[in-house]
Design a protein around this ligand. Structure first.
Ligand SMILES: [Zn+2]
Length: 75
């Protein structure tokens, strides 16, 4: 595992405040959700949808960046 691809999912709430260390999901982040006034939120595929709806500061329409490899999908 290379260092720059080792970002872990911080979804679905964004890992802020009491949950700053994350929410217990230890899957590698595949997507990065752009947020207003906050650092981008790395999320795994499972938490991408919930994060868009529940994380704070998410832009609408959402801006999502692919930062990892999606298992099972062909580019
Ligand atoms: Zn996750």
């Amino acid at each position: 595992m290379s260092v720059h691809r080792s970002a872990l999912c911080r979804g679905p709430y964004g890992g802020e405040g009491a949950a700053a260390g994350g929410t217990g999901c230890s899957d590698p982040a595949i997507f990065e959700v752009a947020r207003h006034g906050r650092p981008p939120l790395p999320v795994c595929p499972v938490h991408l949808g919930p994060a868009l709806l529940m994380a704070s500061g998410v832009l609408w329409p959402p801006e999502i960046r692919l930062i990892g490899r999606v298992t099972g999908l062909r580019p």
